[in-house]
Design a protein around this ligand. Structure first.
Ligand SMILES: [Ca+2]
Ligand SMILES: [Ca+2]
Ligand SMILES: [Ca+2]
Length: 285
């Protein structure tokens, strides 16, 4: 017969043993799960960025995308899953949404559905106008503009006006895209405005973002990055072709172009809004 205190000790030992056993089993299962799935925390994060990752040696796709660092599910597997066959596997457009298969692949859209996100705008229309093809409604891609030479790295705001005088609010948050001008990487004239100076009491963190715009020379590069909600990221490079000062209302800078071009505009001379300093660039293929 055990005495009462010995019985208590025995019970406590049992509880302690069970606790240790539980922790051991829990720890082991945690280890096993992590062993087979080394990045469980990554599951809900965007899996793909067209840039910034390595691998996938598909010369045809690289040629079309102009990139050599694509890291997605292999194009061939994707094509098989989507039952794309025949000779026109890259440039074909079976769903007739204006987007060839290789771009559907890169944008993460459905090559057999003209409207992947079901918002009544086709994948091709959305992309050519800067909308996110994989996010319903009027969701735009997230855009940033980088000019290494000037240390500029700023968000681009999709302005809802093409009247510069009405862009003050947008210019508080970055560079402002003139409504109805081209989207990044797309055919046409993409026009962006930024402050070179502003009143000392002016709100916003971008009041001097283009103060050194005049330091740019023909041949310098501007990089525009777009990011979709599904994590797909694209980088477009524009090479500067021209730089000039003109009047504040020179409509010539709005002239459209058949190929992707970029027009950067800022108030000039520095500290005034008398004229405009214009920088023109063309996409690098
Ligand atoms: Ca298509
Ligand atoms: Ca499609
Ligand atoms: Ca759509």
């Amino acid at each position: 017969m055990l005495s009462i205190s010995e019985n208590l000790k025995f019970q406590l030992k049992k509880v302690a043993l069970l606790c240790i056993l539980f922790l051991a089993v829990f720890g082991l299962s945690f280890y096993v799960v992590n062993f087979f799935d080394p990045h469980p925390a990554m599951k809900n994060k965007p899996i793909v960025a067209v840039q910034g990752a390595k691998l996938l040696s598909n010369p045809e796709l690289q040629k079309r995308a102009g990139k050599d660092n694509i890291n997605l599910v292999a194009f061939d597997d994707w094509a098989k899953i989507n039952k794309l066959t025949g000779g026109d596997i890259y440039d074909g457009d079976p769903d007739k949404d204006g987007l060839p298969n290789y771009l559907e692949y890169l944008h993460g859209t459905d090559p057999n559905n003209p409207d992947t996100d079901g918002d009544n705008f086709s994948d091709g229309t959305e992309i050519s106008n800067g909308y996110d093809p994989d996010s319903k409604g009027d969701a735009m891609t997230i855009v940033s503009i980088k000019i290494d030479k000037l240390g500029v790295d700023a968000p681009m705001v999709w302005s809802t006006t093409d009247v510069e005088a009405n862009m003050e609010k947008d210019l508080e948050s970055g560079l402002a895209h003139f409504m109805k001008t081209a989207a990044p990487g797309q055919n046409g004239n993409l026009i962006v405005s930024g402050h070179s100076s502003n009143f000392v009491w002016a709100k916003g963190g971008y009041n001097h973002i283009f103060e050194k715009l005049n330091d740019l020379q023909v041949g310098d590069l501007v990089t525009i990055q777009t990011v979709q909600k599904n994590g797909r990221m694209f980088e477009y490079q524009y090479k500067i072709t021209d730089k000039f000062v003109t009047t504040a209302n020179d409509q010539k800078i709005f002239e459209n172009t058949p190929n992707p071009t970029l027009t950067l505009s800022t108030c000039w001379p520095l500290g005034t809004n008398l004229k405009r300093l214009i920088v023109k660039a063309e996409i690098v293929k």
